[in-house]
Design a protein around this ligand. Structure first.
Ligand code: F6R
Length: 629
């Protein structure tokens, strides 16, 4: 939540700081789009130049176009997801110190802001906005001036560290000061911040998307660290000022073009069409020709894996549905219990965690605060944590014992799509690795499943190529539907949940996804003539019993007048008989079917939202990276 960018580099004032901030904000807008703003500083300025506007970044860009901002040497930019104070021009970031010499931007929630505000008010400070950030801005200004009185010179880095020690809650704060127009300083506590290392210029960002157009060399910052960048230097310390010299460096493994639309109308459409590549790339290099899984990147001794007797998946939203899918496969292959828990519920129920429990945290962003808190709790209780994550340099992998990256490429649309299929694949690789070290599957069985997985990108592509018309037809027919029900069984159940979530999220339609077996235990009362019911039908091959049971569920809702949309294996005669619309999928093994079944559901939500005229990439009230609990 909230996107943050900072730039330091120019010895002489020019337009680059503003250009970098606006470019960065464009790439970070998925993190929040309630308002946006920038602050620039250069030698000779009396106060920082600040411009901010409520609404999308385009409003800010238009405002700057109408009335250009001055050249500068450093800049900071912010795109906001409002937590504290409504979205408005005045509440937008940056906020400034009382004398206007310092500007700050902030991501997170400062929990002791009200106490600090009262203290500052009694000292005569005045506030324009309702935000916790303005409290921090006034406080930083006060501390910076105290340091000048004490030492005779400005020291924004020290001022920020002193303030960081006073704040409670979660924050990433960046600041600039006209008295030190060659540096940008930052501090992080429970909120993301990465450094971009350029040539004669350096960057700060909530994630690497902020600066990937300028450099792919990056450096992680740890919890409770502060950073000061100039064009030529990057200095990291803890909040007490002790130097940190072992920050981890990495190279971003995707190009700036991957975070652009590249000819597509929306990121969501592009990302759904990248699902085959997300599966392919996540499999790449993880096993050899003999079908031996190689997860050397995990850095966990296979002996440790042998000892694991329980897996708990913690995740939120779409990532949790990927975990639910994985439960079916891993329990089947490895014969150890797999629990799937919403991360925000996990630590409050006092879960049973032992050194033999492996907690698997699934997160596209790697920043979801609920999941991060679950990770910390699990480690405190002595369990090992393995992250399945799509974002290099993010917090959850850094705080986990091991990480298995999904290689879906940057996911920009707020609604998660390609990350879902990549998460399933990564969790399946983990399951097969367990089966390999624990000897619960024969080598040729693993080989066979890997071959099936390798064939999945092509099968997903088949759906993308062949289901366009029925999906469009269903979306047109159901444009005015007030609600939807989604039903699935076995691995189709989490897929139904995922399809339902997508529809709520981007088409703003009341939708419930549930296990088809529950139908007669209540939900069937909701079915009245015309009610759309989307059903995922398992193959009639293999788990024939399940197929027949789901077909019975279709008959039951059909008998009550439901409009049925069915996802079924090509040529399934039963599906055809009872469906008003069918989204076909190619033949595949039951455990792998979620990888294809979900694709038409993603497309359906996309089509419906587009037909309703909604912004599919930036649905209302949401942000991509949920960095508050
Ligand atoms: C739904 C969606 C969310 C995320 C959830 C977890 O389309 O995007 O439900 O899946 O907020 O986010 P990550 O995976 O970043 O932890």
């Amino acid at each position: 939540m909230c996107g943050i960018v900072g730039f330091a580099g120019n010895k002489t004032a020019c337009g680059k700081p503003l250009e970098v901030c606006m470019q960065g904000l464009k790439r970070l807008e998925y993190r929040g789009y309630d308002s946006a703003g920038v602050a620039l500083a250069a030698a000779g300025m009396d106060t920082v130049a600040v411009r901010k506007k409520s609404g999308r970044l385009a409003n800010l860009a238009a405002d700057i176009e109408r009335s250009p901002m001055p050249d500068a040497t450093v800049g900071i930019g912010h795109t906001r997801w409002a937590t504290n104070g409504e979205p408005s021009d005045v509440n937008a970031h940056p906020h400034t110190s009382q004398d206007g010499k310092i500007a700050i931007i902030h991501n997170g929630i400062i929990e002791n802001a009200e106490t600090l505000r009262l203290d500052l008010q009694t000292e005569g400070y005045t506030f324009l906005s309702a935000t916790d950030t303005e409290v921090a801005a006034k406080l930083l200004g006060k501390i910076a001036n105290t340091i000048i009185e004490e030492t005779g010179k400005p020291d924004l880095f020290e001022a920020l560290r002193r303030m960081a020690r006073m704040l409670t809650g979660a924050f990433t704060i960046l600041a600039v000061d006209v008295r030190q127009p060659d540096i940008v300083v930052g501090a992080r506590h429970d909120s993301p911040l990465v450094v971009g290392l350029g040539d004669g210029e350096n960057f700060l960002g909530s994630d690497v998307a902020a600066f990937v157009a300028y450099t792919k060399e990056a450096m992680e910052l740890d919890q409770d660290q502060a950073v000061c960048i100039s064009g030529d230097t990057v200095t990291v310390t803890d909040f007490d000022g002790n130097p940190v010299t072992d920050s981890k460096r990495f190279t971003v493994d995707w190009d700036a073009s991957a975070s652009e639309k590249g000819g597509w109308d929306s990121f969501m459409d592009k990302e759904i069409h990248e699902e085959p590549a997300a599966v392919h790339n996540t499999l790449l290099g993880r096993f050899n020709e003999d079908g031996e899984i190689k997860l050397d990147e995990l850095h966990i001794d296979p002996e440790v894996f042998k000892q694991i007797d329980k897996i708990i998946v913690v995740a939120c939203g779409t990532a949790s549905y990927a975990g639910m899918v994985a439960k079916y496969a891993i329990e089947h292959w490895v014969r150890i219990p797999v629990e799937v828990e919403l991360a925000h519920e996990f630590r409050y129920r006092d879960p049973i965690l032992t050194p033999r429990t492996l907690v698997v945290a699934i997160s596209q962003s790697g920043e979801t605060m609920d999941t991060l808190m679950a990770v910390r709790h699990a480690r405190e209780q002595g369990s090992r944590v393995l992250a399945i994550c799509n974002t290099q340099g993010s917090t959850i992998p850094r705080e986990s014992d091991a990480v298995l990256y999904t290689h879906a490429g940057p996911e920009i649309a707020v609604a998660s799509t390609k990350a879902f299929v990549a998460q399933i694949v990564a969790a399946y690789l983990l399951g097969l690795y367990f089966a390999q070290v624990k000897n619960t599957l024969y080598r040729d069985e693993i080989h066979q499943i890997l071959d099936q997985l390798k064939a999945m990108p092509e099968k997903i592509q088949w759906v993308l190529d062949n289901d366009v018309e029925p999906i469009e037809e269903a979306a047109k027919k159901l444009l005015d539907a007030k609600s939807f029900l989604f039903l699935g069984r076995h691995v189709g159940y989490p897929v139904a949940m995922e399809g339902a979530l997508k529809l709520k999220e981007i088409a703003y339609t009341f939708t419930e996804g549930f296990a088809a077996g529950e139908l007669k235990h209540g939900p069937i009362a909701l079915v009245e003539p015309g009610e759309p019911v989307v059903i995922i039908v398992p193959s009639s091959r293999g788990r024939n019993v399940l197929h027949n049971k789901v077909i019975s569920a279709i008959e039951e809702v059909k008998a009550r007048g439901a409009f049925t949309v069915v996802v079924a294996e090509v040529g399934d005669p039963d599906a055809e008989k009872y469906a008003d619309v069918v989204f076909w999928r190619p033949e595949c093994a039951t455990l792998l079917s979620p990888l294809v079944d979900v694709v038409p559901l993603h497309l359906f939500a996309f089509d419906l939202a587009k037909l309703k005229g909604y912004d599919v990439d930036k649905p209302r009230n949401l942000a991509k990276s949920v960095t508050v609990e």
